[in-house]
Design a protein around this ligand. Structure first.
Ligand code: ADP
Ligand code: MG
Length: 474
């Protein structure tokens, strides 16, 4: 069973019956999204799209991704503490990218005032694809690391039961038992709990910065539920609410509606469209406060594509993680080709290479949330346009990863059941807590497999392109 589920994918009638069973199980397990039509209400909900079958993932690559997660936690944390590196790395980008520049301004402002909190909480997700080597063997290559609002840890905790169900219906009990248990939301909540404890005020709350229209609320609720079970209360508020009702006392303690906040957990604030003038004010207030931020502004900046590209430069990992050659080697093994587009010879050469072989590159702006990258002809046009302008420094170039496609069914409300050619992206959730100079927690807490049809170059589950999946280790 090297490439997939073989003959099971040929019996259309059976696929339809399996899909009905799978969808009902998904609904029963809570693999849910609010609808596009009613994104602010839970009155009518549907299932989050998912694959009918778990997709095959080489065990060795899964293990490698887990093994390098603590290294990535350390690396992100190191970058976030290195003001000189952040400043130098982002200097060309912030001249041309207004969003990164505004984040950077807040960063400078809090540095100048002095950071009010000594505890830092990181909840991230490092994403990978399986590059097909020249000899056909798959290699783990990082796509990016998400340091803010890394999502689907909650829903990913519920999908294993769905895929086990499908395999059990087929009397494939041995195969069903191979689907890994997964509970990222529990681990993410452990990180928040640790931070909340270190804040040290029994009545203080967790403030979840939420969007007005949130289809993915059940994913977030999974974490909230874990916290409430430990008697830690979560309030959901928008940036607008913080602007109106948030305040700091003379010790920069954060209060929301008169209640003290221990931890601020951002599930908003990673895209320009999410910030009005007032929302920027609210973000600054949160950053200035002594509440523990997840992430703090420096850690958000550490997750930019520009930082990712600079990390791949010779000697940078060694500078950030001195005396840790094994850690550096594990990290570097997952790096794809990443190229600066800053003005100068190096950037010129990268552009020449990308124009000569467009199918081998991706052009990325400093954006999160999917749908922003440029490929193929669109990339060529953008590069021609940007070539002689300093604006190009707000982008990076990346080697395009080409995984081996396989067949699976992507189940979506309202769509027919059919087999399509797919590729997967594996994410590993990481959690760390630092108190002063000491990492008091550093772990991996689970995975997320997302799968999409090969015709889509970009985009995740929230963007409606990828669907939830589980690795079937082989
Ligand atoms: P975002 O921050 O918007 O999620 P990503 O870097 O994760 O940006 O890119 C979005 C999607 O584009 C990824 O989920 C992946 O499907 C695709 N993608 C990104 N980089 C590459 C790459 N180097 N090779 C192939 N596909 C890529
Ligand atoms: Mg991404």
């Amino acid at each position: 069973m090297a490439t997939g589920w073989g003959s099971l994918l040929q019996d259309e009638q059976q696929l339809e019956e399996l899909a009905r069973q799978a969808v009902d199980r998904a609904l029963a397990e809570g693999v849910l999204l609010r609808t596009l039509q009613e994104p602010s209400s839970s009155d009518v909900v549907s299932y989050a799209p998912f694959t009918l079958f778990p997709s095959l993932v080489p065990s060795a690559l899964l293990e490698q991704a887990y093994a390098v997660q603590m290294d990535f936690n350390m690396l992100v944390d190191a970058v976030s503490q290195n003001a000189a590196f952040l400043e130098q790395t982002l200097s060309s980008t912030i001249k041309r990218d207004n969003f990164t520049a505004r984040l950077f301004n807040i960063y400078k402002q809090v540095l100048k005032e002095g950071i009010a909190q000594t505890v830092f909480l990181g909840l991230n997700r490092s994403d990978y694809m399986f590059q097909r080597n020249a000899d056909g063997s798959p290699v783990l290559k990082q796509i990016e690391i998400n340091t803010i609002s890394a999502s689907f840890g909650g829903l990913a905790s519920r999908t294993p039961a769905v895929h086990r169900h499908v395999l059990n219906v087929l009397s494939k009990t041995k195969e069903a038992a191979k689907i890994l248990s997964n509970n990222p939301s529990k681990g993410l909540a452990q990180g928040i709990t640790k931070a909340w404890e270190l804040y040290g005020s029994a009545n203080a709350l967790v403030l979840l910065i939420a969007q007005e229209k949130e289809r993915n609320i059940f994913d977030q609720r999974a974490i909230e539920n874990e916290l409430l079970a430990k008697n830690i209360h979560v309030i959901r508020r928008r940036f607008e609410d913080v602007f109106e009702k948030g305040s700091l006392d003379q010790d920069r303690r954060l209060f929301m509606d008169g209640q003290e906040v221990a931890v601020v957990y951002f599930r908003d604030g990673y895209m320009p469209s999410q910030y009005s003038v007032q929302n920027w004010e609210a973000r600054l207030l949160l950053e200035r406060s002594c509440a523990i931020k997840c992430p703090d502004i420096a850690t958000q900046l550490a997750g930019t594509k520009k930082v990712q590209q600079e990390l791949s430069r010779m000697g940078v990992l060694e500078m950030l993680l001195p005396g840790q050659p094994e850690t550096v080697a594990r990290l570097r093994a997952t790096f794809a080709g990443l190229y600066s587009l800053d003005m100068g010879e190096e950037g010129d050469q990268a552009i020449t290479e990308a124009l000569a072989a467009p199918s081998q590159f991706v052009l990325k702006p400093q954006r999160e949330g999917g749908g922003n990258n440029l490929y193929g002809e669109e990339m060529v046009q953008a590069l021609e346009h940007l070539k002689d302008s300093e604006e190009r420094a707000s982008y990076i170039l990346m080697e395009k990863i080409e995984p081996e496609p396989f067949g699976n069914c992507l189940l979506r409300p309202g769509s027919p059941v059919r087999v399509v050619q797919c590729i997967s992206e594996l994410g590993i959730f990481g959690v760390y807590v630092r108190q002063g100079k000491t990492l008091v927690m550093n772990k991996h807490v689970g995975h997320l497999l997302r799968t999409k049809a090969i015709e889509h170059a970009d985009g995740g589950v929230a963007a409606g392109v990828a669907v939830l999946d589980n690795p079937y280790p082989v």
